[in-house]
Design a protein around this ligand. Structure first.
Ligand code: NAD
Length: 254
């Protein structure tokens, strides 16, 4: 019961790492608001929640790039649960391309979700945490912000920004008892990679390449990232702020 009596709000909670985190958080005692651009997916996650609190959770359809949506997400969560103890800014996606092949509009669209989305959610949630006397924020970065990755300039740069933003926010809000940390997953078996593997010219070869990016020679599971997010969100991490926890099976140390 690492999150007993906590209210957790997660973006991108309709799939992959976000869904696994919502489900684990509920098992650990949290009541969960699941926000996603795909409302049906968020509702599906909520239907899967089996928290000991017996509270079915809340699904919110919203787009993290829209300030009004972020404000409504906070209002709906407060209306249902009365407070927000934990924000997990997890919504994000990746695209391929180097600086020449990447279209300017695709760069901008990705930065709007991966970076501005983290900024906007925090902008609307921090005042709530401040008024409550504290809270915890966990952002989802990526290990490629540390090691780089060929042909992914936009995604790598966006996750580097999430990593730095996490440290900056940690300093800004430490006196308000708000801890801000990040996880940096390596390749995780999720719908995102399932789609990439299925669309690759040689799916088996592509899978082998993905596996070779971890020292453990496998993809991680969304639940393995969720475990670290829940730790960082919990009071067990009471002396941890401004940290980025790498969850990549040893990818960065290879
Ligand atoms: N899967 C990996 O290997 C991996 C590795 C490192 C980092 N990450 C990061 O982890 C996070 C989750 O990834 P995942 O693999 O679970 O992805 P996923 O595609 O399975 O889930 C992402 C969810 O975010 C939602 N979303 C996308 N844009 C949104 C928006 N503008 N507003 C609200 N919701 C939006 C999607 O609808 C989806 O439900 C992302 O930030 C991703 O960059 C993933």
């Amino acid at each position: 019961m690492r999150l007993a009596n906590k209210i957790l709000l997660i973006t991108g909670g309709g799939s992959g790492i976000g869904r696994a985190t919502a489900l684990l958080a509920a098992r650990e005692g949290a009541r969960v608001a699941v926000a996603d651009r795909n409302l049906a997916a968020a509702q599906e996650t909520v239907a899967m929640l089996a928290g000991p609190s017996g509270d079915g959770g809340l699904a919110i359809g919203m787009d993290v790039t829209q300030s009004a949506d972020c404000a409504r997400m906070v209002e709906e969560t407060l209306a249902r649960f009365g407070r927000i103890d934990i924000l997990c800014s997890n919504a994000g996606y990746g695209i391929q391309g180097d600086v020449v092949s990447t279209r300017e509009e695709d760069w901008q669209a990705l930065f709007d979700v991966n970076v501005k989305g983290v900024f906007l959610c925090a902008k609307h949630v921090v005042p709530v945490m401040r008024a409550q006397g504290g809270g915890a924020i966990v952002n989802t970065a990526s290990n490629i912000a540390i090691i780089g990755l060929k042909d992914r300039v936009t995604y790598v740069a966006s996750k580097g920004a999430v990593d730095s933003l996490t440290r900056a926010m940690a300093l800004d809000h430490v006196a308000e008892n708000i801890r801000v940390n990040a996880v940096a997953p390596g390749p995780i078996g999720s719908p995102y990679f399932d789609r990439m593997i299925a669309n690759a010219p040689d799916p088996e070869e592509f899978k082998r390449v993905l596996h070779s990016r971890s020292a453990m020679n496998r993809l991680g599971r969304p639940e393995e990232v969720a475990q670290v997010i829940v730790f960082l969100a919990s009071d067990d991490a009471s002396f941890v702020t401004g940290a980025t926890y790498v969850v990549d099976g040893g990818g960065v140390v290879m």
